[in-house]
Design a protein around this ligand. Structure first.
Ligand SMILES: NC(=O)C1=CN([C@@H]2O[C@H](COP(=O)(O)OP(=O)(O)OC[C@H]3O[C@@H](n4cnc5c(N)ncnc54)[C@H](OP(=O)(O)O)[C@@H]3O)[C@@H](O)[C@H]2O)C=CC1
Ligand SMILES: CC(=O)C(=O)O
Ligand SMILES: [Mg+2]
Length: 756
């Protein structure tokens, strides 16, 4: 894409639809007159009076405790300089957006039309009743230092100038890790800091707290190297003045180990970079354009560890990794400040996280196979879902131990769960199922092991103790994929049916298949040939107890995958085979069926499918509440589908009175229990919304789950195959690694439940 297009895209992004990037969203019901009278007059008077009696109740009855002000006067907006408060507003809205999506913190962005420190401080101080915290942003040095110092002294809520401390924390974490990778000691490295403003001074201070020696730091501003003999040197820059006989960046950079850029675009040339020591570290953090372009740096020095503030290159050293979680931790313990202890706790938590195995969702987001700690991955990616559960608790703990917290956190695991929930990362059910699977891991045979995603998933389930994988396929090919992707699958058995054809088990498998299918036209010779198909071979392993379950379907269509299982294993007596999807929604898990097998089930078949769904959901320790869906509510329409669903419900009520099931009903009534109760108080689904939805036909079930999945409303786990005598689970064509792992987990729990 040309630069010009990108510029237009950015403008369109901001202008299209509702202008800007953020909005205010009500958090309470506003459907009825009653709701409104509670939200506003007269009901609102009650919390007002409580708060008037005790100011702290503002945290209980208002949004204060989760509301941060992002405040700027637009004097140092990114590296764009003093572009005024209105000019800075898109950045401040952007920070608001990041606070929200990464830490569920609500933000009002406030752009102040003043360069006067007193006016700025007075205005912000007056806002204390409104906010739980203050994030100062893009205010130029030296005013930003005095503004922050005074506000910290005079306010009882946490105040942090993000360009100073957010940047210091992230680059500190990155520097620790870069030094380790480049085999340098922070205590010994020679650091050149280009820029002497808000970010540069605070970063240099934190590097010293982390071990760097002040005498090893040289700082440069627009006038060149900050030397002790400079006239009118202010105290802030004076802190880093040198008496070395150097005057320019060119002179300073020679033999330096580390370049820190917090100034302006393109000030470091390739030639200058060449003069740095072996294994240099370059953090060119000016935004939007770094002090040296990423490509130029890595082409000039192959031994460099290179980072920028941008998201389109590896190693984005940007305060977005910090401010959402630092404030999250501070707000959650009602900290009165963000102090040194909290900042250092954040540094170490971020640095440590970079060394942990990377979640598959992050690999996928960046389209990278196996992101690993190394020169191209020195700090976590901003989309890493673990940042909130690692950094926020570390900050909150440090606030408590350093004595600035006004609230305690008793149960840290529950706190982490709550953080995940905030971001909708809360697959409690999946986590419970994983925990259950880990109790008694099972042998899972993968029919398509000659595929990277399957091998990666196999590694994950083995690492996590969920399953013992067995790989089916060509040994050489599988081993090559393992090698190329540095996967750890040592000692995992690999079986190639083509190498098995003379073995007793192959004979046993083909004879068994022949016996089952001889009266359906199958010859022994054909049964022999079928067994080279890994779906037949894998299903036979399950049938003969050499594996506990089979996972397949990544590369073949559903029918082709399921047929061998039906031929080799078969269905439970009197059982109808059906497919169920588990949708992990923000409102909890919802099970949909049949989404994969029965095209247009009859009333009787719907009864069987409902019973299968009921049994499967109960096996997951969830009490099923089942709705049979249609376009009509309890007889409001007469049509083929409503009649079919209504009659199926009648049969279910007669035959299975213990099952909580009702219908026919429309989808919204099924999941909005208030609406259901108000309009149909006689319904069996009283008290809780339905968590199992039965569809009239394959079309509607399939459309529903795909729409939910694509609209980002829910993660789909499935299809979970119901009704087979032994566990075989069929993946969706092209499933992600995460989906495969989820499916294996379900399969293992399925095996366990059959053993009970
Ligand atoms: N990646 C990240 O997370 C972050 C990046 N930044 C980036 O850092 C830069 C500075 O931000 P901030 O500290 O808030 O701004 P300030 O205005 O407080 O500081 C800017 C500093 O850069 C110096 N400077 C400007 N041009 C040059 C140059 N050509 N050579 C040497 N020094 C120069 C200025 O020198 P003088 O003092 O002489 O005016 C000043 O000291 C921006 O580009 C910003 O985008 C900032 C925060 C976070
Ligand atoms: C990232 C940031 O805060 C800045 O560049 O100013
Ligand atoms: Mg900034």
């Amino acid at each position: 894409m040309s630069k010009l297009n990108r510029k237009q895209d950015a403008l369109d992004y901001h202008a299209n639809g509702r202008p800007g990037k953020i909005a205010v969203v009500p958090t309470k019901p506003t459907n009825s007159q009653r709701d409104l009278s509670l939200a506003y007059s007269p009901g609102v008077a009650e919390p007002c009076l409580k708060i008037a009696e005790n100011k702290d109740d503002a945290y209980k009855y208002t949004a204060k405790g989760n509301l941060v002000a992002v405040i700027s006067n637009g004097t140092a907006v990114l590296g764009l300089g003093d572009i005024g408060p209105e000019g800075g507003k898109p950045v401040m809205e952007g920070k608001g957006l990041l606070f929200k999506i990464f830490a569920d913190i609500d933000v009002f962005d406030l752009e102040l039309n003043t360069k006067n420190v007193d006016d700025f401080v007075r205005t912000v101080k007056l806002l204390e009743p409104t906010f739980g915290g203050i994030n100062l942003e893009d205010i130029k040095a030296p005013e930003c230092f005095e503004i922050e110092r005074r506000l910290k002294e005079e306010m009882c809520i946490p105040v942090m100038h993000d360009d100073q401390h957010g940047t210091a924390i992230i680059s500190g974490a990155a520097l620790i890790n870069a030094c380790e990778l480049q085999q340098k000691k922070l205590e010994e490295v020679k650091i050149v800091v280009n820029g002497a403003g808000a970010a540069a001074i605070s970063c240099s201070r934190i590097y010293i707290s982390l071990g760097a020696k002040p005498e090893n730091i040289v700082m440069i501003d627009r006038s060149g190297v900050i030397r002790k003999d400079r006239e009118n040197l202010d105290a802030l820059k004076g802190e880093f003045a040198t008496d070395r006989d150097i005057h320019t960046l060119e002179e300073a950079i020679r033999d330096a180990d580390v370049f820190i850029g917090l100034s302006a675009a393109d000030v470091l040339s390739g030639d200058m970079l060449k003069t740095m020591r072996k294994n240099p570290i370059v953090f060119a953090m000016a935004n939007p354009n770094p002090e040296i372009a990423y490509d130029l740096a890595v082409q000039t020095r192959q031994d460099v560890v290179m980072a920028t503030g941008r998201s389109d290159y590896p190693n984005q050293v940007n305060n977005v990794l910090g401010f959402p979680y630092i404030f999250r931790g501070a707000l959650d313990v009602r900290a009165t400040a963000i102090n040194e202890e909290m900042k250092l706790a954040a540094v170490y938590a971020i640095a440590k996280l970079a060394k942990e195995p990377v979640p598959e969702s992050v690999n996928l987001a960046y389209n990278i196979n196996n992101l690993k700690f190394g020169k191209d991955y020195i700090i976590p990616k901003p989309t890493d879902p673990r940042l909130i559960t690692e950094v926020a608790p570390a900050v909150a703990k440090a606030a408590i131990t350093s004595g600035v917290a006004r609230a305690e956190i008793a149960d840290w695991e529950a706190y982490k769960d709550n953080l995940r929930k905030r971001l909708g990362l809360d697959d409690v059910l999946m986590r419970d199922l994983s925990a259950a699977a880990r109790q008694h891991p099972k042998r899972v045979v993968f029919a398509e092991a000659d595929h990277y995603k399957i091998l990666k998933a196999a590694q994950i389930v083995r690492d996590e103790g969920i399953a013992e994988p067995i790989l089916l396929g060509n040994k050489e090919k599988i081993q090559q994929i393992i090698r190329e992707n540095a996967l750890d699958l040592h000692q995992v058995p690999i079986i190639d049916p083509f190498e098995e054809s003379d073995t007793p088990r192959f004979k046993q498998y083909e004879e068994s298949l022949y016996k089952k299918r001889q009266r359906r036209g199958l010859t022994l010779n054909e049964a022999h040939k079928f067994m080279f198909d890994r779906n037949y071979f894998g299903a036979s392993m399950v049938e003969f107890g050499e594996a506990d379950c089979l996972i397949s379907g990544l590369t073949k269509n559903y029918a082709t995958t399921i047929r061998p299982a039906l031929h080799v294993i078969g269905t439970n007596a009197g059982c109808r085979i059906a497919g169920m999807y588990m949708m992990l929604t923000k409102k909890g898990p919802v099970f949909l069926g049949d989404t994969t097998v029965n095209k247009n089930p009859t009333e009787e078949e719907l009864v069987d499918i409902t019973v299968s769904l009921y049994d499967a959901v109960r096996k997951m320790n969830i009490e099923p509440k089942i709705a049979l869906l249609s376009y009509s509510n309890f007889g409001s329409n007469d049509g083929e589908t409503p009649n079919k669903m209504r009659n199926a419900v009648k049969k279910l009520h007669e035959k299975y009175p213990h099952i909580v099931v009702d219908g026919e009903m429309q989808g919204n009534f099924a999941i909005n229990n208030q609406m259901l109760v108000e309009n149909f108080p006689f319904s069996q689904l009283n008290g809780k919304p339905a968590n199992v939805l039965v569809f009239p036909n394959l079309e509607s079930g399939n459309i529903a789950y795909k729409l939910l999945q694509e609209l980002g409303e829910a993660e789909a786990v499935g299809p979970i195959l119901l009704g087979l005598k032994k566990p075989v689970h069929v993946l969706q064509l092209g499933s992600s690694v995460r989906e495969i792992v989820n499916m294996v987990t379900i399969a293992v729990v399925d095996v366990q439940s059959r053993e009970r």
